[in-house]
Design a protein around this ligand. Sequence first.
Ligand code: ZN
Length: 82
Amino acid sequence: MDAFSPTPPPWTETAVHGLQFCCPRCCSSANKSQKAWINRRAPVITEDYGRRWQEFYLCECGQAWWAWSSDRPPSDISEDKR
Ligand SMILES: [Zn+2]
């Protein structure tokens, strides 16, 4: 699973906005998600954050959700995995 694939995975179609940067259904964190996909193709320019993009997660409970990269807690550095 490539989180930086140019093509959105099918499960992102049903994603709902996780306002707290966790699963809207069970509040599980993004670190525990089964899959992740980051929409780098369409960054949004904002006055506050510069650039941000949608990060999609498929929770272990089966709920797909997304949140803005700018809303990620500073301690959650899952993006830096190489
Ligand atoms: Zn969940």
